[in-house]
Design a protein around this ligand. Structure first.
Ligand SMILES: *Cc1c(COP(=O)(O)O)cnc(C)c1O
Length: 362
């Protein structure tokens, strides 16, 4: 049995997917070629690409008036690509709820006026800002949120309704670290983007879901390979897409369907998160500082009240086959990322270890 891997990303993959990829490494479906060796314009890869697109659209229930783009550059590149495509060089609004939305705001300021409509920095990003308190600008080109802050462990459990706030700008959502862990209310979304390496597959692939009416706003300086219209019109093959990452992500989509789809996966994610948060909240040693109504189901940061025990905790965890629990360097402490591919057994093993460790030090 492999150890349980709690990395925030690149992150755990389903065993079934890795085994299938291994068995197809030298010869994909009798083609005599591995997927890495195929032309992206050939019929074999065309089949892989079309199946991945169809499965993802079905899983996430993406309406027909959105395009699914398979791009490169990750979430950080999208912090530039989004303003290049949507800002028109005007003002875009940012709701800063943690490290990732903060980075998006800073990067966008290179291409447009980036207005911070709200920030939870003063409270250490331990809660979300209620949409009614946002100070939106008069006519933002778009409003950006990060719907799951991977480092701070804060998650929107419903997407904000900009229309209800009297704002008709498109909502841009960085959903890198919880995509496919729960359903998406597309009626509230203009663009959603995410790097694949948290919940969809290997690094290298970036998913961008863009509403069709937003395809034609790019600034003239927008690189052609990053222009949403160009990418959409070329079925993500204006340039060579990350073919192997798309293939693996496609296997993950089939795995998700076999798990019962997003609703079933979400139910398991809720059970996993509840188990871990209950263990933390009922202990004397561990603490999570995020407000209960906006705790992330995917990334659970926690601290030991006695931080001199951190190394002993991590070493003991590794000995028990519980890997990569160290918190992000900017916030310290611990973080357990419990993405779709982390089984309930893994969270149970972590909780059992945490209880044993606490009892031994008690
Ligand atoms: C990981 C992450 C990113 C950055 O992704 P890269 O692929 O490293 O550019 C951006 N936003 C969120 C929410 C993330 O979790």
């Amino acid at each position: 049995m492999r150890p349980y891997n709690f990395s925030a990303g690149p992150a755990v993959m389903p065993d079934e997917v890795l085994s299938q990829a291994a068995s197809e490494m030298l010869d994909w479906h009798g083609s005599g070629m591995g997927v890495m060796e195929m032309s992206h314009r050939g019929k074999e890869f065309g089949t892989i690409y079309a199946q991945a697109q169809a499965d993802l659209r079905e899983l996430l229930a993406v309406p027909a008036h959105f395009k699914l783009l398979f791009m490169q550059g990750g979430g950080l590149a999208e912090n530039a690509i989004v303003p290049l495509n949507l800002s028109r060089g005007e003002t875009a609004d940012f709701v800063v709820t943690g490290s990732w939305s903060q980075k998006s705001c800073v990067e966008a300021a290179r291409y447009c006026t980036a207005h911070e409509a709200a920030s939870t920095k003063a409270s250490g990003h331990t809660a979300l800002a209620a949409p009614a308190t946002w100070q939106l600008s008069a006519k933002p080109a778009y409003v950006h949120i990060c719907s799951n802050e991977t480092i701070n462990g804060v998650e929107y459990h419903s997407l904000p309704d900009l229309k209800a706030l009297g704002c008709d700008a498109p909502l841009v959502v960085d959903f890198s670290s919880h995509v496919a862990s729960r359903p998406v209310d597309w009626s509230r979304v203009g663009v959603a983007f995410g790097g694949a390496q948290k919940n969809l597959g290997p690094a290298g692939l970036t998913l961008v879901v863009v509403r069709e009416d937003l395809l034609d706003r790019a600034l003239p300086i927008c690189p052609s390979a990053f222009n949403y219209r160009t990418v959409a019109d070329n079925e993500s093959m204006y340039n060579t897409p990350p073919t192997y990452s798309i293939y693996i992500a496609g296997l993950v989509f089939q795995w998700l369907k076999a798990q019962g789809g997003i609703a079933a996966v979400e139910a398991r994610n809720i059970a996993k998160a509840n188990l871990l948060y209950e263990a933390i909240d009922s202990s004397f040693l561990y603490v999570n500082r995020v407000a209960k109504d906006c705790r992330s189901r995917m990334n659970v940061p926690f601290y030991l009240r006695d931080e001199s025990l951190n190394d002993a905790f991590l070493n003991g965890a590794r000995d028990r086959g519980l890997l990569q629990l160290k918190g992000h360097k900017s916030v310290g402490g611990m973080r357990a990322s419990i993405y779709n591919a982390m089984p309930l057994d893994g969270v149970q093993a972590l909780v059992a270890y945490m209880k044993d460790f606490e009892t031994q030090r008690g």
